[in-house]
Design a protein around this ligand. Sequence first.
Ligand code: NAP
Length: 404
Amino acid sequence: MTETAREPARLRMSADGKLQVPENVVLPYIEGDGTGIDIWPAARLVFDAACARNGKRVEWLEVLAGEKAFKETGSWLPEETVQAFTDYLVGIKGPLTTPVGGGIRSLNVALRQILDLYVCLRPVRWFDGVPSPVKHPELVDMVIFRENTEDVYAGLEVQAFTKDAVDLAAFLRERFGWTIGADAGIGVKPISESGSKRLIRAALNYALSHGRKSVTLVHKGNIQKFTEGAFRRWGYDLVKEEFGDRAVSWEDCGGEPGERLLVKDAIADITFQQALTRPSEFDVIATMNLNGDYLSDALAAQVGGIGIAPGGNINYVTGHGLFEATHGTAPKYAGLDRVNPGSVILSGVMMFEYLGWQEVADDIVRALERTIADRVVTYDFARLMDGATEVKCSEFASAIVDRL
Ligand code: NAP
Protein backbone atom coordinates (compact mmCIF):
# COMPACT_ATOMS: atom_id res chain seq x y z
CA MET A 1 0.00 0.00 0.00
CA THR A 2 1.51 3.37 -0.99
CA GLU A 3 1.41 6.39 1.29
CA THR A 4 -0.91 8.17 -1.14
CA ALA A 5 -3.39 5.32 -1.09
CA ARG A 6 -3.51 5.53 2.71
CA GLU A 7 -4.28 9.23 2.78
CA PRO A 8 -7.75 9.97 4.11
CA ALA A 9 -10.24 10.18 1.29
CA ARG A 10 -13.95 10.68 0.77
CA LEU A 11 -16.50 8.06 -0.04
CA ARG A 12 -17.76 8.26 -3.58
CA MET A 13 -20.64 6.76 -5.49
CA SER A 14 -19.64 5.10 -8.77
CA ALA A 15 -21.58 5.59 -11.99
CA ASP A 16 -23.19 2.16 -11.52
CA GLY A 17 -24.44 3.10 -8.04
CA LYS A 18 -21.84 1.38 -5.82
CA LEU A 19 -20.10 3.01 -2.85
CA GLN A 20 -16.36 3.40 -3.40
CA VAL A 21 -14.81 3.06 0.05
CA PRO A 22 -11.14 3.93 0.65
CA GLU A 23 -9.35 2.09 3.47
CA ASN A 24 -8.71 5.39 5.21
CA VAL A 25 -12.00 7.23 4.98
CA VAL A 26 -13.19 10.63 6.22
CA LEU A 27 -16.57 10.43 7.98
CA PRO A 28 -18.44 13.31 9.63
CA TYR A 29 -19.98 12.84 13.07
CA ILE A 30 -22.24 14.81 15.40
CA GLU A 31 -21.30 14.18 19.03
CA GLY A 32 -24.86 14.79 20.21
CA ASP A 33 -26.37 16.75 23.08
CA GLY A 34 -26.75 15.62 26.70
CA THR A 35 -25.18 12.20 27.08
CA GLY A 36 -23.59 12.56 23.63
CA ILE A 37 -20.46 13.73 25.46
CA ASP A 38 -20.36 10.37 27.25
CA ILE A 39 -21.37 7.90 24.57
CA TRP A 40 -19.55 9.35 21.58
CA PRO A 41 -15.95 9.08 22.99
CA ALA A 42 -16.80 5.58 24.26
CA ALA A 43 -18.09 4.49 20.87
CA ARG A 44 -15.15 6.04 19.05
CA LEU A 45 -12.70 4.09 21.21
CA VAL A 46 -14.40 0.86 20.09
CA PHE A 47 -14.64 1.92 16.42
CA ASP A 48 -10.98 2.95 16.16
CA ALA A 49 -9.74 -0.25 17.83
CA ALA A 50 -11.87 -2.50 15.60
CA CYS A 51 -10.83 -0.64 12.45
CA ALA A 52 -7.13 -0.80 13.36
CA ARG A 53 -7.39 -4.58 13.85
CA ASN A 54 -8.61 -4.87 10.27
CA GLY A 55 -6.22 -2.46 8.56
CA LYS A 56 -8.85 0.27 8.23
CA ARG A 57 -9.00 3.79 9.55
CA VAL A 58 -11.65 6.48 9.94
CA GLU A 59 -10.64 10.13 9.96
CA TRP A 60 -13.47 11.56 12.10
CA LEU A 61 -14.66 15.02 11.09
CA GLU A 62 -16.72 16.77 13.75
CA VAL A 63 -19.72 18.74 12.52
CA LEU A 64 -22.13 20.62 14.73
CA ALA A 65 -25.86 20.30 15.33
CA GLY A 66 -28.18 20.80 18.28
CA GLU A 67 -27.28 22.72 21.43
CA LYS A 68 -23.53 22.73 20.78
CA ALA A 69 -24.16 24.21 17.32
CA PHE A 70 -26.61 26.75 18.68
CA LYS A 71 -24.11 27.93 21.33
CA GLU A 72 -21.23 28.19 18.87
CA THR A 73 -22.98 29.42 15.71
CA GLY A 74 -26.47 30.60 16.66
CA SER A 75 -27.97 27.94 14.39
CA TRP A 76 -29.38 24.56 15.49
CA LEU A 77 -28.44 23.00 12.18
CA PRO A 78 -25.67 24.98 10.43
CA GLU A 79 -25.47 24.86 6.65
CA GLU A 80 -21.89 23.45 6.89
CA THR A 81 -23.24 20.39 8.71
CA VAL A 82 -25.80 19.65 6.03
CA GLN A 83 -23.12 20.25 3.40
CA ALA A 84 -20.69 17.85 5.13
CA PHE A 85 -23.25 15.04 5.19
CA THR A 86 -24.11 15.82 1.58
CA ASP A 87 -20.45 15.72 0.45
CA TYR A 88 -19.09 12.87 2.57
CA LEU A 89 -22.17 10.67 1.97
CA VAL A 90 -22.06 8.68 5.22
CA GLY A 91 -21.89 9.79 8.84
CA ILE A 92 -23.01 9.06 12.38
CA LYS A 93 -24.69 11.07 15.10
CA GLY A 94 -25.50 11.03 18.78
CA PRO A 95 -28.88 12.16 20.13
CA LEU A 96 -30.02 15.75 19.62
CA THR A 97 -32.25 17.95 21.72
CA THR A 98 -35.40 18.93 19.90
CA PRO A 99 -35.54 22.73 20.21
CA VAL A 100 -38.81 23.73 21.84
CA GLY A 101 -40.64 26.52 20.04
CA GLY A 102 -37.90 26.87 17.40
CA GLY A 103 -38.32 26.92 13.65
CA ILE A 104 -37.20 23.28 13.26
CA ARG A 105 -39.69 20.58 14.26
CA SER A 106 -36.92 18.07 14.89
CA LEU A 107 -33.29 18.16 13.82
CA ASN A 108 -33.42 14.45 13.09
CA VAL A 109 -36.46 14.83 10.85
CA ALA A 110 -34.85 17.85 9.15
CA LEU A 111 -31.67 15.92 8.30
CA ARG A 112 -33.69 12.97 6.99
CA GLN A 113 -35.77 15.24 4.78
CA ILE A 114 -32.90 17.38 3.45
CA LEU A 115 -30.88 14.31 2.44
CA ASP A 116 -34.01 12.41 1.34
CA LEU A 117 -33.02 9.47 3.55
CA TYR A 118 -36.08 7.43 2.66
CA VAL A 119 -35.25 4.26 4.59
CA CYS A 120 -35.15 4.14 8.36
CA LEU A 121 -33.40 0.84 9.02
CA ARG A 122 -33.82 -0.78 12.42
CA PRO A 123 -32.39 -4.25 13.00
CA VAL A 124 -33.77 -5.95 16.11
CA ARG A 125 -32.00 -8.92 17.63
CA TRP A 126 -31.22 -10.25 21.06
CA PHE A 127 -27.80 -10.34 22.68
CA ASP A 128 -27.20 -13.27 25.00
CA GLY A 129 -27.54 -12.10 28.59
CA VAL A 130 -29.59 -8.95 27.93
CA PRO A 131 -32.57 -8.90 30.30
CA SER A 132 -35.82 -9.26 28.35
CA PRO A 133 -39.51 -9.27 29.32
CA VAL A 134 -40.29 -12.32 27.10
CA LYS A 135 -39.48 -16.01 27.45
CA HIS A 136 -37.71 -16.48 24.13
CA PRO A 137 -36.04 -13.26 23.04
CA GLU A 138 -33.56 -15.35 21.02
CA LEU A 139 -36.35 -15.97 18.47
CA VAL A 140 -36.47 -12.27 17.58
CA ASP A 141 -34.20 -11.49 14.65
CA MET A 142 -35.94 -8.95 12.44
CA VAL A 143 -34.90 -6.03 10.28
CA ILE A 144 -37.41 -3.22 9.91
CA PHE A 145 -37.47 -1.00 6.82
CA ARG A 146 -39.56 1.99 7.82
CA GLU A 147 -40.47 4.57 5.18
CA ASN A 148 -39.00 7.87 6.29
CA THR A 149 -40.45 10.65 4.12
CA GLU A 150 -44.21 10.14 3.75
CA ASP A 151 -47.23 9.21 5.86
CA VAL A 152 -48.37 11.38 8.75
CA TYR A 153 -44.72 12.23 9.52
CA ALA A 154 -44.55 14.36 6.39
CA GLY A 155 -45.84 17.03 8.75
CA LEU A 156 -48.76 18.08 6.56
CA GLU A 157 -51.17 19.23 9.24
CA VAL A 158 -53.08 22.28 10.30
CA GLN A 159 -53.94 23.33 13.82
CA ALA A 160 -57.49 23.33 15.15
CA PHE A 161 -59.25 26.72 15.38
CA THR A 162 -56.93 28.34 12.80
CA LYS A 163 -58.05 29.87 9.51
CA ASP A 164 -56.12 27.11 7.71
CA ALA A 165 -58.15 24.42 9.47
CA VAL A 166 -61.43 26.21 8.79
CA ASP A 167 -60.52 26.72 5.10
CA LEU A 168 -59.37 23.13 4.63
CA ALA A 169 -62.49 21.76 6.34
CA ALA A 170 -64.65 23.94 4.07
CA PHE A 171 -62.85 22.71 0.95
CA LEU A 172 -63.18 19.07 2.01
CA ARG A 173 -66.89 19.55 2.71
CA GLU A 174 -67.56 21.25 -0.62
CA ARG A 175 -65.38 19.03 -2.79
CA PHE A 176 -65.80 15.63 -1.10
CA GLY A 177 -68.81 16.02 1.18
CA TRP A 178 -66.68 15.19 4.22
CA THR A 179 -67.83 16.52 7.57
CA ILE A 180 -64.99 17.57 9.81
CA GLY A 181 -65.74 19.12 13.20
CA ALA A 182 -65.04 22.84 13.55
CA ASP A 183 -62.73 22.10 16.49
CA ALA A 184 -60.55 19.56 14.63
CA GLY A 185 -56.91 19.75 13.62
CA ILE A 186 -56.41 18.05 10.24
CA GLY A 187 -53.48 15.96 9.03
CA VAL A 188 -52.75 14.62 5.54
CA LYS A 189 -51.31 11.16 4.92
CA PRO A 190 -49.61 10.89 1.52
CA ILE A 191 -48.45 7.40 0.44
CA SER A 192 -47.10 7.38 -3.10
CA GLU A 193 -46.32 4.58 -5.55
CA SER A 194 -42.74 5.80 -6.04
CA GLY A 195 -42.20 6.28 -2.28
CA SER A 196 -43.60 2.82 -1.48
CA LYS A 197 -41.72 1.04 -4.22
CA ARG A 198 -38.30 2.50 -3.44
CA LEU A 199 -38.71 1.50 0.22
CA ILE A 200 -39.90 -2.02 -0.60
CA ARG A 201 -37.19 -2.38 -3.27
CA ALA A 202 -34.56 -1.58 -0.63
CA ALA A 203 -36.09 -4.17 1.73
CA LEU A 204 -36.15 -6.86 -0.98
CA ASN A 205 -32.56 -6.14 -2.04
CA TYR A 206 -31.43 -6.27 1.58
CA ALA A 207 -33.26 -9.55 2.21
CA LEU A 208 -31.73 -11.12 -0.90
CA SER A 209 -28.19 -9.94 -0.22
CA HIS A 210 -28.33 -11.01 3.44
CA GLY A 211 -29.81 -14.46 2.82
CA ARG A 212 -33.05 -13.62 4.63
CA LYS A 213 -36.09 -15.87 4.12
CA SER A 214 -39.02 -13.48 3.89
CA VAL A 215 -40.19 -9.90 3.61
CA THR A 216 -43.48 -8.99 5.29
CA LEU A 217 -45.35 -5.88 4.13
CA VAL A 218 -47.05 -4.49 7.24
CA HIS A 219 -50.07 -2.24 6.64
CA LYS A 220 -53.59 -1.22 7.69
CA GLY A 221 -54.92 -1.74 4.19
CA ASN A 222 -58.19 -3.25 5.42
CA ILE A 223 -59.19 0.22 6.67
CA GLN A 224 -57.05 2.73 4.77
CA LYS A 225 -57.43 1.22 1.33
CA PHE A 226 -55.94 3.96 -0.86
CA THR A 227 -52.86 4.62 1.26
CA GLU A 228 -51.86 1.55 3.30
CA GLY A 229 -53.74 -0.83 1.00
CA ALA A 230 -52.02 0.72 -2.02
CA PHE A 231 -48.62 0.26 -0.31
CA ARG A 232 -49.35 -3.47 -0.12
CA ARG A 233 -50.50 -3.68 -3.74
CA TRP A 234 -47.53 -1.69 -5.07
CA GLY A 235 -45.25 -4.01 -3.09
CA TYR A 236 -46.65 -7.11 -4.77
CA ASP A 237 -46.55 -5.36 -8.17
CA LEU A 238 -42.86 -4.61 -7.60
CA VAL A 239 -42.10 -8.26 -6.81
CA LYS A 240 -43.52 -9.26 -10.20
CA GLU A 241 -42.02 -6.33 -12.12
CA GLU A 242 -38.44 -6.44 -10.83
CA PHE A 243 -37.83 -9.54 -8.68
CA GLY A 244 -39.76 -12.30 -10.49
CA ASP A 245 -36.76 -14.65 -10.70
CA ARG A 246 -35.65 -14.13 -7.09
CA ALA A 247 -38.80 -13.49 -5.03
CA VAL A 248 -42.40 -14.66 -5.01
CA SER A 249 -45.56 -13.61 -3.19
CA TRP A 250 -47.31 -15.99 -0.78
CA GLU A 251 -50.36 -15.93 -3.02
CA ASP A 252 -48.35 -17.09 -6.05
CA CYS A 253 -46.58 -19.97 -4.28
CA GLY A 254 -48.96 -21.03 -1.50
CA GLY A 255 -46.28 -20.29 1.07
CA GLU A 256 -43.77 -22.62 -0.66
CA PRO A 257 -41.23 -20.27 -2.28
CA GLY A 258 -38.54 -22.90 -2.93
CA GLU A 259 -35.23 -21.12 -3.43
CA ARG A 260 -36.90 -17.74 -3.83
CA LEU A 261 -37.50 -15.05 -1.25
CA LEU A 262 -41.04 -15.20 0.18
CA VAL A 263 -42.98 -11.92 0.18
CA LYS A 264 -46.10 -11.81 2.35
CA ASP A 265 -48.17 -9.19 4.13
CA ALA A 266 -49.77 -8.70 7.51
CA ILE A 267 -52.23 -6.23 9.00
CA ALA A 268 -50.44 -3.96 11.48
CA ASP A 269 -52.47 -4.84 14.60
CA ILE A 270 -52.08 -8.59 14.04
CA THR A 271 -48.38 -8.05 13.45
CA PHE A 272 -47.99 -6.68 16.99
CA GLN A 273 -49.66 -9.84 18.36
CA GLN A 274 -47.78 -12.30 16.21
CA ALA A 275 -44.38 -10.65 16.56
CA LEU A 276 -44.86 -11.40 20.27
CA THR A 277 -46.37 -14.88 20.02
CA ARG A 278 -44.61 -16.20 16.87
CA PRO A 279 -41.53 -14.01 16.34
CA SER A 280 -39.70 -16.55 14.21
CA GLU A 281 -42.28 -16.05 11.43
CA PHE A 282 -41.00 -12.51 10.84
CA ASP A 283 -37.72 -11.69 9.16
CA VAL A 284 -37.42 -8.48 7.11
CA ILE A 285 -40.37 -6.10 7.55
CA ALA A 286 -41.25 -3.25 5.18
CA THR A 287 -43.76 -0.71 6.37
CA MET A 288 -44.86 2.91 6.38
CA ASN A 289 -43.68 5.56 8.76
CA LEU A 290 -46.11 5.45 11.68
CA ASN A 291 -46.46 1.64 11.79
CA GLY A 292 -42.69 1.40 11.63
CA ASP A 293 -42.24 3.90 14.44
CA TYR A 294 -44.43 1.89 16.84
CA LEU A 295 -43.20 -1.49 15.68
CA SER A 296 -39.49 -0.77 15.97
CA ASP A 297 -39.76 0.38 19.58
CA ALA A 298 -42.11 -2.46 20.56
CA LEU A 299 -39.76 -5.06 19.06
CA ALA A 300 -36.70 -3.42 20.59
CA ALA A 301 -38.38 -3.69 24.00
CA GLN A 302 -39.03 -7.39 23.36
CA VAL A 303 -35.28 -8.07 23.21
CA GLY A 304 -34.59 -5.73 26.15
CA GLY A 305 -32.73 -3.51 23.78
CA ILE A 306 -34.55 -0.20 23.89
CA GLY A 307 -31.41 1.41 25.39
CA ILE A 308 -29.07 -0.20 22.84
CA ALA A 309 -31.28 -0.29 19.71
CA PRO A 310 -29.37 1.05 16.70
CA GLY A 311 -30.71 2.86 13.65
CA GLY A 312 -29.71 4.07 10.22
CA ASN A 313 -31.30 6.44 7.72
CA ILE A 314 -30.35 5.65 4.16
CA ASN A 315 -30.88 6.69 0.57
CA TYR A 316 -29.65 3.67 -1.40
CA VAL A 317 -29.78 5.60 -4.68
CA THR A 318 -27.53 8.55 -3.75
CA GLY A 319 -25.57 6.48 -1.21
CA HIS A 320 -26.27 8.87 1.68
CA GLY A 321 -26.47 7.25 5.09
CA LEU A 322 -26.80 8.74 8.55
CA PHE A 323 -26.52 6.27 11.42
CA GLU A 324 -27.75 7.25 14.86
CA ALA A 325 -28.39 6.35 18.45
CA THR A 326 -32.14 5.81 18.70
CA HIS A 327 -32.55 6.98 22.30
CA GLY A 328 -32.66 10.65 23.31
CA THR A 329 -30.19 12.89 25.11
CA ALA A 330 -31.12 11.66 28.64
CA PRO A 331 -30.07 15.07 30.05
CA LYS A 332 -30.15 14.02 33.71
CA TYR A 333 -27.23 11.66 33.04
CA ALA A 334 -25.19 14.05 30.86
CA GLY A 335 -21.50 14.12 31.75
CA LEU A 336 -21.82 11.45 34.44
CA ASP A 337 -20.08 8.75 32.36
CA ARG A 338 -22.93 6.46 33.29
CA VAL A 339 -25.23 5.64 30.36
CA ASN A 340 -25.02 2.75 27.93
CA PRO A 341 -23.12 3.56 24.72
CA GLY A 342 -24.54 0.41 23.07
CA SER A 343 -26.98 2.19 20.78
CA VAL A 344 -24.39 4.40 19.10
CA ILE A 345 -21.86 1.53 19.02
CA LEU A 346 -24.35 -0.75 17.23
CA SER A 347 -25.30 2.10 14.90
CA GLY A 348 -21.60 2.23 14.04
CA VAL A 349 -21.75 -1.51 13.35
CA MET A 350 -24.57 -0.84 10.88
CA MET A 351 -22.50 1.92 9.30
CA PHE A 352 -19.46 -0.33 8.87
CA GLU A 353 -21.70 -3.01 7.31
CA TYR A 354 -23.07 -0.38 4.94
CA LEU A 355 -19.50 0.55 3.96
CA GLY A 356 -18.77 -3.11 3.31
CA TRP A 357 -16.39 -3.36 6.30
CA GLN A 358 -18.12 -6.52 7.49
CA GLU A 359 -15.10 -7.78 9.42
CA VAL A 360 -14.99 -4.57 11.49
CA ALA A 361 -18.73 -4.88 12.19
CA ASP A 362 -18.45 -8.58 13.11
CA ASP A 363 -15.51 -7.95 15.46
CA ILE A 364 -17.45 -5.29 17.37
CA VAL A 365 -20.59 -7.44 17.65
CA ARG A 366 -18.58 -10.44 18.90
CA ALA A 367 -16.77 -8.33 21.50
CA LEU A 368 -20.01 -6.68 22.64
CA GLU A 369 -21.66 -10.11 22.96
CA ARG A 370 -18.75 -11.35 25.08
CA THR A 371 -18.84 -8.29 27.31
CA ILE A 372 -22.57 -8.67 28.03
CA ALA A 373 -22.25 -12.45 28.40
CA ASP A 374 -19.53 -11.76 31.01
CA ARG A 375 -22.15 -9.60 32.76
CA VAL A 376 -20.01 -6.48 32.50
CA VAL A 377 -22.71 -3.86 31.85
CA THR A 378 -23.80 -0.27 32.50
CA TYR A 379 -26.39 0.65 35.16
CA ASP A 380 -29.43 0.16 32.92
CA PHE A 381 -28.73 -3.54 32.39
CA ALA A 382 -27.12 -4.09 35.80
CA ARG A 383 -30.35 -3.16 37.60
CA LEU A 384 -32.18 -5.95 35.75
CA MET A 385 -29.50 -8.67 35.90
CA ASP A 386 -28.33 -10.97 38.69
CA GLY A 387 -24.62 -11.02 39.43
CA ALA A 388 -23.73 -8.19 37.06
CA THR A 389 -20.61 -6.04 37.35
CA GLU A 390 -21.79 -2.46 36.88
CA VAL A 391 -19.30 -0.31 35.00
CA LYS A 392 -19.21 3.25 33.71
CA CYS A 393 -19.91 4.17 30.11
CA SER A 394 -16.19 4.55 29.31
CA GLU A 395 -15.32 1.33 31.18
CA PHE A 396 -17.92 -0.57 29.17
CA ALA A 397 -16.24 0.62 25.98
CA SER A 398 -12.81 -0.43 27.32
CA ALA A 399 -14.24 -3.83 28.24
CA ILE A 400 -15.41 -4.26 24.64
CA VAL A 401 -12.00 -3.23 23.30
CA ASP A 402 -10.35 -5.78 25.65
CA ARG A 403 -12.51 -8.50 24.08
CA LEU A 404 -11.97 -7.53 20.44
P1 NAP B 1 -34.35 9.86 26.41
O1 NAP B 1 -33.31 10.89 26.34
O2 NAP B 1 -34.23 8.69 25.51
O3 NAP B 1 -34.36 9.33 27.93
C1 NAP B 1 -35.40 8.56 28.49
C2 NAP B 1 -34.82 7.49 29.38
O4 NAP B 1 -34.26 6.44 28.58
C3 NAP B 1 -33.66 7.91 30.29
O5 NAP B 1 -34.09 8.59 31.44
C4 NAP B 1 -33.06 6.57 30.59
O6 NAP B 1 -33.90 5.80 31.46
C5 NAP B 1 -33.14 5.87 29.23
N1 NAP B 1 -31.95 6.09 28.40
C6 NAP B 1 -31.78 6.99 27.40
N2 NAP B 1 -30.57 6.87 26.87
C7 NAP B 1 -29.95 5.87 27.54
C8 NAP B 1 -28.66 5.26 27.44
N3 NAP B 1 -27.75 5.67 26.54
N4 NAP B 1 -28.36 4.28 28.32
C9 NAP B 1 -29.26 3.87 29.21
N5 NAP B 1 -30.48 4.38 29.35
C10 NAP B 1 -30.83 5.38 28.52
O7 NAP B 1 -35.80 10.48 26.16
P2 NAP B 1 -36.42 11.87 26.63
O8 NAP B 1 -36.01 12.17 28.07
O9 NAP B 1 -37.85 11.75 26.30
O10 NAP B 1 -35.81 12.96 25.64
C11 NAP B 1 -34.75 13.85 26.00
C12 NAP B 1 -34.36 14.69 24.77
O11 NAP B 1 -33.90 13.83 23.72
C13 NAP B 1 -35.50 15.52 24.15
O12 NAP B 1 -34.99 16.77 23.75
C14 NAP B 1 -35.89 14.71 22.90
O13 NAP B 1 -36.43 15.53 21.91
C15 NAP B 1 -34.56 14.16 22.49
N6 NAP B 1 -34.64 12.93 21.67
C16 NAP B 1 -33.74 12.81 20.67
C17 NAP B 1 -33.70 11.67 19.91
C18 NAP B 1 -32.68 11.56 18.82
O14 NAP B 1 -31.85 12.44 18.67
N7 NAP B 1 -32.66 10.49 18.01
C19 NAP B 1 -34.59 10.61 20.16
C20 NAP B 1 -35.50 10.74 21.23
C21 NAP B 1 -35.51 11.91 21.98
P3 NAP B 1 -33.71 5.66 33.06
O15 NAP B 1 -33.80 7.03 33.64
O16 NAP B 1 -34.83 4.75 33.45
O17 NAP B 1 -32.39 5.04 33.29
